[in-house]
Design a protein around this ligand. Structure first.
Ligand code: ADP
Ligand code: MG
Length: 333
């Protein structure tokens, strides 16, 4: 059997359960944005690790080393934000192919340092080795959260409002612009910036992490069409998502129209937005969104609701999309 037949998650499922018995009480292992290790009377530690491989996650001559250093750390911080935790330290392992200039590596570390400084986050260790061909970065981040309060993918409840903390699809459109050398106008420059310099929603995650009305939370890394399924599977529930409520930037709309792209497809399946996807107690949603706006000066965007039927259903202007989302895209071109 080839890996392509079962995919990344099928591979993980083959062994994950064998390690569950080995977990300490109250610890949480494989399956969420971070693992949780109980650490003290008043707090837990959360841990995440993510790898970026050249030509899989980035193309070396399409992203500056400064941006790459920033992004490699940002995608890990996003997983810490998803738990409602505060990052406390990072580790960087790097496999370097022959012939890379030291100046390139200095710039990479400059980008890594700039983001670290913003969150007062020390780099505390790592590993450095040679690589036969490609540049590989693996980063781990440790975070801290008040005991028992980390937000899990499994905590959604029937009737919850599904919400996101940022625009969807900008990063995917930026990648399209980069690959096709479309960087010449303000829209594409804006979208490319979103792709190469994602900003992890740390402050948003910390604030949301303190709210009892916030039930499940994760970050948007693969696109909500895929990420939503993780919350639903972990919670044993379903959801209805309304496409007309997805927050789309004006730049994405203009760019999609210019280049005959489907903005909804980019927003749901493009990925790498690194905002947060969460479910909120329905009765408290308006109040939570208003306090969030007051505290952070930003919006919580309601995009749907949690249902009991264990299916993910999509609507557009409250009409169901027969045949599912992929089929739906064809109707919106
Ligand atoms: P994220 O996108 O939030 O980083 P992933 O989709 O990469 O999460 O991974 C899903 C879950 O599977 C996470 O809990 C992650 O730690 C775990 N995981 C992924 N690959 C492996 C592996 N090779 N061994 C153990 N756990 C893994
Ligand atoms: Mg994640």
């Amino acid at each position: 059997m080839k890996l392509s037949e079962i995919g990344e998650f099928g591979f993980i499922e083959r062994f994950a359960h064998r390690f569950e018995d080995l977990l300490a009480p109250n610890a949480m292992g494989i399956g969420d944005d971070c693992a949780i290790i109980p650490a003290g009377d008043d707090h837990d530690l959360v841990l995440t690790t993510d790898m970026l491989v050249e030509d899989i996650h980035f193309i070396r001559d399409k992203i500056s080393p400064l941006d790459l250093g920033h992004k490699a750390l940002a995608v890990n911080l996003s997983d810490v934000a998803a738990m409602g935790a505060r990052p406390v330290g990072s580790f960087l392992s790097i496999a370097i192919p022959h012939g890379i200039d030291v100046e390139y590596l200095d710039q990479l570390m400059e980008g890594y340092h700039q983001l670290s400084e913003r969150y007062q986050l020390p780099l505390m260790g790592g590993d450095t080795t040679r690589s036969p061909h490609k540049l590989v970065l693996n980063i781990s981040v440790v975070g801290r959260v008040a005991k028992g309060t980390a937000k899990l993918r499994s905590a959604a409840q029937e009737g919850d409002v599904v919400a996101v903390t940022g625009m969807l699809g900008d990063s995917a459109a930026g990648l399209h612009a980069l690959i096709n050398n479309l960087s010449a106008n303000p829209e594409s420059s804006y979208l490319i910036e979103k792709h190469v310099r994602p900003h992890p929603h740390i402050e948003q995650g910390l604030w949301l992490g303190r709210q009892r009305s916030v039930h499940a939370m994760m970050d948007v890394s693969d696109g909500i069409a895929s990420d939503m399924k993780h919350i639903l599977k972990a919670s044993g529930l379903g959801a209805g998502i309304e496409l007309s409520q997805l927050p789309l930037s004006d730049q994405l709309k203009a760019f999609s129209a210019q280049h005959q792209l489907n903005a909804f497809e980019l927003a749901t399946s493009g990925g790498e937005d690194y905002c947060l996807l969460l479910t909120v107690e329905a009765d408290s949603f308006q109040e939570t969104a208003a306090s969030y706006k007051e505290a952070l000066g930003a919006d919580l965007y309601a995009i749907g609701f949690i249902t009991s039927d264990q299916q993910l259903k999509w609507t557009k202007d409250h009409q169901s999309i027969a045949g599912g989302l992929k089929d739906g895209f064809n109707h919106f071109l």
